[in-house]
Design a protein around this ligand. Structure first.
Ligand code: 26W
Length: 831
């Protein structure tokens, strides 16, 4: 990029003056909006359509945040403060407009200014397509974390991938999931800024060679091909503190996009092959959220964004003459699961091969610069890459990993002697079923800290998954229980409850959620309970309108809203929820249950299944099939209703969560690392029915046993039953309710009498049931009876709901960030 070499110096007063935000007034906003509509969007108000108006509105909100963004980015370059670089392959951001309006205190001004232009801001809200750059928990957590870090004025750069296609759009055909591409960029993306001038060249494949460098033997990588990584910056505004951090997402572009010679030879397809090949890297998000497919493109994606991010930070954030020995003082790279861990050998390559540091010095720096968060307990979710693939795509990195492993195993031998079994178990290189690199082990060896995302999860990491490493480095292991941002999931999603809380406690809770404790006393205040209950009813009405606008059924007044919203996975046990619905239905139609005693319920599901996950897709089919029959059967007199709106995402969650009465957190104990939906629902006054799994344990401890419906085996009980040999059929035989429910499904009651449709699902339950839904069934149904009884006492229920809100302040992502800052990052907010 040519330097600006002219001798000219800015003299015009405006060129010298600092950039100032437009006037934060209705007039100022209207002026800026119309200016953007006319000059940026190129239309007049009268000829503009809602998309033009939405884009112009977005540009206008950006303009108000821009000045602070410039300052914060300039300060980032000059400051001495440590920067948190959050490396995540996923960011489930949700819609940006309202969050940015709220952060910049512009919501009322914008609403009025647009109204004076004859525009209802709510019409523009609906236009925004949420950037679905994530699968589920991990991606949404990253979004909550960067929101908190901005609100807490912590210098942060979120690094990730700007997928052209995000998580697929889910639709149902005959109750079965079908996937459609998520072309989220088609109507424009007003919230990000391309910076091709800061593009990084990312290399792949090729070979390595050693050479003599003034008597020092060095290695260089001779790559075969490369692509350009072009950064797109998104604003991450803090709440009411004026800070604006940056989310820097990388897009892949071909270095030589077009081969004119090949084109002129008439082979048009060949001439652009490089382009399509390169752009494939950031084309689409992998829709798996637990079972890595080990695809080469996925590894390309991981290396692509991590290599670009490390180069960007060293070249564009650090001052030119920065002494890399001091790197750990200036940055912490947080690994959001193992997906970015290839960054470890990449930093080593940069420090040793390019910056010519000694290996040991480079390793010391690298270990201090990385920390690793594990988000799963499922062995199949732990990524491994074959040495064949890694060696072919990143030959130099494999060499570096081998050396890291050799030195690590030497340390193991020194500490624990020549215990070959231990060496084989701890080696970063696994031998079976094929030689592979165990990315979680690499992250653990390289990371300064390793944390789980809930107390139980972190304990299981220490005791099981990474026990040998915890024995070797007990101090390296810690826990930081997840959190969620109260700005999006309470202040924005539930404005009525927010107003009620602010009236009672003042507005400080939005950035200090522990203040919700002040509501405890009001749980005994009948008037407050009444107003709290009224808010829940109005939230249900709002959800009903959202569902009807989507052509779905509305909610029935008087129904308890029983919500299960999360990715579809067998360990989360949506099947157990279906067995409860079928058992209640069977009880009513068989007369086993007196319908008068049955609490009217609407069961609302939201869940996407990874496209390649067959059993998960069958469970989706079963939910829709059961829903169809149960909701339409006269005999249940409308007392049971099943709703399953398609394409569950952040925007839909923001409508469902404030309306929920009951939060289903029913995973098999020891399988859900934490959960975050559980926190959002409790914060919005839903009561939880759940197992002692993940963060449920901490929610139950804080809200109190009386305000939580616990059921099922504990993790040790699960281990014990598994060890003694689990026979699901025994539980089928042992429980008449369970048998009747399963027999109904097996008989084809929900598939037009066709027994074959759900046979695979039924036989899996009876003969395998890896996640023990049958073992926990009776305890679950007993707990559901307790729920019915509790809900019948509305005053008691509302009291418990208020206590859930009051005692959930701990689950703020601000608190989680404070834990990371103190215990892992050793970084501080800047004034
Ligand atoms: C395909 C590879 C893969 C494997 C695991 C992709 C994505 C993952 C993620 C780690 C899965 C995930 O989202 N885990 C969830 O992370 C949340 C945030 O910490 C937790 O609250 C959930 O319990 C956990 O399932």
């Amino acid at each position: 990029m040519p330097e600006n070499t002219s001798e000219l110096r800015p003299t015009h007063p405006l060129a010298i003056a600092p950039v100032v935000a437009p006037a934060a007034s209705v007039d100022g906003f209207a002026k800026q909006f119309l200016q953007n509509l006319n000059f940026d969007q190129g239309v007049t108000l009268s000829t503009s359509d809602v998309n033009d108006q939405y884009l112009a509105l977005a540009y206008t909100v950006r303009d108000y945040l821009m000045a602070r963004w410039f300052d914060d980015r300039a300060q980032q370059k000059t400051q001495q403060a440590k920067t948190v670089c959050y490396l995540s392959a996923e960011y489930l951001l949700g819609r940006q407009l309202d969050n940015n309006l709220l952060a910049a205190r512009l919501t009322d001004i914008a609403t009025e200014a647009l109204a004076q232009c004859g525009i209802d801001i709510d019409d523009l809200r609906q236009v925004e397509i949420e950037p679905g750059l994530g699968n589920g928990g991990l991606g949404r957590l990253a979004a909550c974390f960067i929101d908190s870090l901005a609100t807490m004025s912590v210098p942060t750069i979120g690094y990730g991938i700007r997928y052209e296609y995000g998580i697929f759009r889910q639709a149902f055909a005959d109750g079965q999931q079908i996937e459609q591409p998520d072309a989220w960029l088609r109507m424009g993306s007003p919230w990000d800024f391309a910076h091709p001038e800061a593009a990084q060249t990312i290399s792949f494949a090729g070979t390595t060679e050693t050479y003599d460098d003034d008597g020092v033997e060095r290695t260089r990588w001779v790559p075969e091909w490369n692509v350009l990584a072009v950064p797109y910056n998104m604003m991450v505004p803090g709440y009411h503190n004026g800070r604006v951090n940056t989310l820097r997402l990388w897009r892949a572009v071909a270095t030589n996009a077009f081969d004119l010679h090949t084109f002129n030879s008439g082979d048009y397809v060949q001439s652009v092959r490089a382009q399509t090949f390169a752009e494939n890297i950031s084309k689409v998000l992998y829709p798996e959220d637990s079972t890595p497919q080990g695809k080469e493109l996925r590894l390309q994606q991981q290396y692509f964004f991590v290599a670009a991010s490390i180069a960007d930070f060293i070249e564009n954030v650090l001052p030119g003459d920065f002494d890399l020995e001091q790197l750990p003082e200036r940055v912490i790279f947080q690994l959001n699961d193992t997906h970015p861990v290839i960054g470890v050998p990449e930093l080593m390559r940069v420090l040793v091969d390019e910056k010519k540091l000694e290996w040991d010095a480079a390793w010391a720096i690298t270990q201090k610069c990385f920390a690793y968060t594990c988000h799963t307990l499922l062995p199949e979710a732990l990524e491994v890459w074959s040495v064949d693939l890694l060696g072919r795509l990143l030959p130099r990195h494999l060499e570096i990993i081998y050396r890291i492993n050799d030195e690590f195993l030497l340390e193991v031998r020194e500490r624990f002697g020549d215990d070959e079994m231990l060496i084989r178990n701890m080696s970063i290189i696994g031998e079976h079923p094929y030689r592979s690199v165990r990315m979680a082990y690499l992250a653990t060896v390289a990371g300064s800290k390793v944390n789980g995302v809930a107390e139980l999860h972190s304990q299981l990491l220490r005791d099981n998954v990474l026990k040998d490493f915890a024995a070797m480095w007990p101090d390296k292991f810690t826990n930081v229980t997840n959190g969620v941002t109260p700005r999006r999931f309470l202040r924005l999603a539930n404005p009525d409850l927010s107003a009620l809380i602010t009236e009672a406690l003042g507005a400080g809770w939005t950035v200090d959620l522990e203040r919700l404790r002040g509501l405890e006393a009001l749980a005994d205040d009948a008037d407050f309970r009444e107003r709290f209950a009224a808010v829940k009813v109005s939230n249900k009405r709002r959800l009903s309108r959202v569902l009807e606008a989507r052509g779905e059924d509305a909610l029935d007044d008087g129904h308890m809203l029983d919500v299960m919203i999360k990715r579809l996975h067998e360990y989360k046990r949506q099947t157990l929820k279906v067995l409860h619905i079928v058992s209640t239905y069977e009880g009513i139609v068989s007369g086993r249950l007196d319908i008068a005693d049955v609490q009217a319920r609407t069961f609302l599901f939201g869940a996407k299944a990874a496209p390649g996950y067959g059993m998960a897709k069958r469970i989706i089919h079963l939910i829709n099939a059961v829903g169809e029959v149960v909701s339409a059967d006269e005999r249940v007199q409308g007392k049971l209703k099943v709703l399953y709106p398609a394409n569950y995402n952040v925007t839909l969650a923001e409508s469902i969560i404030p309306a929920a009465d009951l939060s289903e957190q029913i995973s098999l104990a020891g399988k859900e690392a934490s959960g975050t939906g559980n926190m959002k629902l409790a914060l919005n006054g839903a009561l939880t029915i759940g197992t002692d799994d993940g963060a449920n344990v901490e929610i139950r401890k804080l809200v109190g046993d009386d305000n939580f419906f616990l059921f099922g085996m504990s993790e040790p009980e699960v281990e014990a039953l598994w060890a003694e040999g689990y026979r699901p059929a025994d539980f089928y035989q042992g429980d008449e309710r369970l048998r009747s429910a399963i027999d109904l499904i097996a008989a084809g009651a929900f598939s037009g009498g066709d027994r074959t449709v759900f046979e695979p699902l039924v036989s899996n339950l009876l003969y395998e049931d890896r996640f023990m839904a049958l073992a926990d069934f009776s305890s679950y149904l007993d707990a559901q009876d307790r729920v019915d009884a509790a809900y019948a006492d509305q005053d008691g229920w509302v009291r418990a709901a208020i206590l859930n809100v009051a005692r959930s302040g701990y689950f703020s992502s601000d608190r989680a960030m404070r834990d990371y800052l103190e215990r892992i990052w050793h970084a501080t907010p800047v004034s």
